[in-house]
Design a protein around this ligand. Sequence first.
Ligand SMILES: Cc1ncc(C[n+]2csc(CCOP(=O)(O)OP(=O)(O)O)c2C)c(N)n1
Ligand SMILES: [Mg+2]
Length: 425
Amino acid sequence: MSDEVVPNARPTTGTSGPPTLATAVQSSPSAGAADRSRLAELTAPVPETIGDGGPELVQLLTPEGERVESPDPRYVADLDLPALQNLYRDLVLIRRVDTEATALQRQGELGIWASLLGQEAAQVGSGRALRLQDHAFPTYREHGVAWCRGVDPLQLLGLFRGVNHGGWDPEEHHFHLYTIVIGAQTLHAVGYAMGVQRDGAVGTGDPDRDAAVIAYFGDGATSQGDVSEAFVFAAVTNAPVVFFCQNNQWAISEPSERQSRIPLYQRARGFGFPGVRVDGNDVLAVHAVTQAALDAARNGQGPTLIEAYTYRMGAHTTSDDPTRYRISAELEIWKHRDPIARLKAYLSHGDAARGFGQVGREFFEALEAEGDELAASVRERCLTLPDPDPLTMFDFAYAEPHPLLEAERAEFAAYHESFAGGQPR
Ligand SMILES: Cc1ncc(C[n+]2csc(CCOP(=O)(O)OP(=O)(O)O)c2C)c(N)n1
Ligand SMILES: [Mg+2]
């Protein structure tokens, strides 16, 4: 992509605009050839939003749905046909829920919605690599992970409708509450992982006991201090945590290329733990890479950073209009990398070498019908969610009541009462 067609692209040649560190040193007579080439390397253009992730990308399924092997023997997809079909089902159903939620917001039934469109494979692949005893710390977009952890999508919708504060029990699902404060949950996750360590649930060799923690965050969050602090704590304590960064190329209107001069997964090296970049639209690769990282964490080998290279196909949230800051050509390119289409192509063709034939039309059609039913049920139940008593907002702010809170509750109750009959008195 050239600068001419992308109004907000960073100059990639270093020859236009104010002199960069690289151009200044390159023109300096005292700089040696080695210095110059090192600097050129350090200041080289970073991949753009339509880049394909580069040769370091771990991929097991191409965008065309062809099965390929990763050169890294740790990343094997050991899933049989029923498991592949289950993954496909997860992808389709969570996309259907997401579409319904967007429609509900447009009809005024939700205050806002943060769509996961395009990121289904990153979320389902990693979510299905978790074991029951593992813990996940999400942002606000991890509907696919919530699904894998058994959270009823209705609970997610309740939060965005403003009738609950995240209506699921984190302990029941081992899936913590959505976090809007960018990056904050990475520290919570590391703290939790340090607790798991102290409980002796790491490296015992018992597959039902050893536990890991996974922290989800976006590319934009990597610019947040909390994330760097979380990396430091995780590294020095060797915490059983997997940092799962969904690089969807955008932090609202800020492209990832403006947030880092190196591929994000390489950040891990500076903190002292491994980083890997995986094709975030390839559910098999995401599953394999996450499984390996979780195993390492559970076995006491410490943290891993996974950069799932993907794309936010929709708006940041329903309050956002991406046509104001990104070009449609980008979207077109990423459409060809769709996570669901490639798994459908793979299943439809079959894979004789791995012992399964073509998956017939009936499977896909039945799933469409199941998706429609699920969406209808979620819609119906959403519309009948009861509005909470406004005073309940004071109930869960602190573990125990205290006088100041009681006074605030009383004041709010009196204020609310003043609207009795619909009019202020
Ligand atoms: C501490 C903090 N700063 C700013 C914001 C406003 N904000 C909400 S979402 C967002 C961008 C996050 O981008 P990224 O981490 O890439 O996640 P994505 O939304 O792309 O999934 C920002 C800056 C916030 N919620 N919290
Ligand atoms: Mg992002």
